[in-house]
Ligand binder design. Sequence first.
Ligand SMILES: Cc1cc2nc3c(=O)[nH]c(=O)nc-3n(C[C@H](O)[C@H](O)[C@H](O)COP(=O)(O)OP(=O)(O)OC[C@H]3O[C@@H](n4cnc5c(N)ncnc54)[C@H](O)[C@@H]3O)c2cc1C
Ligand code: FES
Length: 274
Amino acid sequence: MKDFNTTVLSNQEISPGFFRMRVLAPDFGKELHPGQFVMVRVQRNPAPFLRRPFCVFRTGVLPPECDGLPCREYVELLYKVVGQGTAIMAALHGGDRVDILGPLGNGFDLECGAGDVILVAGGIGVAPLFMTGETLVRDRRVDLLLGARCREEVLAVTEFERQGIETYVSTDDGSLGCKGLVTEVLEQRLEERIPAVVMACGPVPMLRKINSICNSYEVPLQVSLEALMGCGVGACLGCVIKGAGHSDQSPRQLTVCEDGPVFWSRDVDWSQWS
Ligand SMILES: Cc1cc2nc3c(=O)[nH]c(=O)nc-3n(C[C@H](O)[C@H](O)[C@H](O)COP(=O)(O)OP(=O)(O)OC[C@H]3O[C@@H](n4cnc5c(N)ncnc54)[C@H](O)[C@@H]3O)c2cc1C
Ligand code: FES
């Protein structure tokens, strides 16, 4: 894990309210496991003082002609503006500085047996799945089911397809792909073919539904969860959730930042969100 102050290379609004930020990140890609996240401090003073968590969407290396920089490696974050911190991020430009702490947490377990993988993303939940798919597709079939409210919220499809990942889009309003919920698409797919594992990221109601679908088809599931985070390193206990088998008598608590953000669904107590 590194804590470094670095340079923003670019910060583009790729769809209304959705941004892609590229920052210089020396020696970062080697340490990073798909699904891990970073804590970004956009501003020291005034508020917001706390860092904000973001999954790493992808890493890369600038072409040799980009000289004059301290390094050529970068990471990209894909983010949605929802409040004060992300609004400040959205106003950053190339050349501005940000503090990055990471990589943090546990990413997806990629040693999960042979066989196909289905990735399921809800909106901005696509962010931790790109590097995961990019790695897995080297030796197996990987499909992405991408659900969003409308076409403006469907992100990065071409990049997944370029990796050889078959992508199926669904939108709530039918403005792109098929009309309906991504969970319905998942059920149809599982009727046709059972994969070795499903990996999902998105809003909790979507993940709960996916958990119940995967249970009924007996497919193992990994989920990337979100929680409000204070520190990102297991110190503040602000991101605690209940683990499977939790009770008042024998508490089983998990931190999303250190034990996760990716969990096997069987390790999570899903009733806490009912
Ligand atoms: C491990 C992890 C990875 C994440 N990766 C991404 C990513 O790749 N791209 C992305 O756009 N977002 C991601 N998020 C969510 C992102 O951290 C929040 O959207 C961001 O912190 C909001 O900051 P803010 O100051 O703009 O909003 P705030 O002013 O702090 O909050 C605005 C509203 O958003 C809600 N909110 C804030 N953070 C969260 C959260 N973590 N979960 C649920 N609701 C929240 C608040 O309750 C409030 O209603 C991730 C979160 C976690 C925990
Ligand atoms: S965010 Fe502080 S313990 Fe997880």
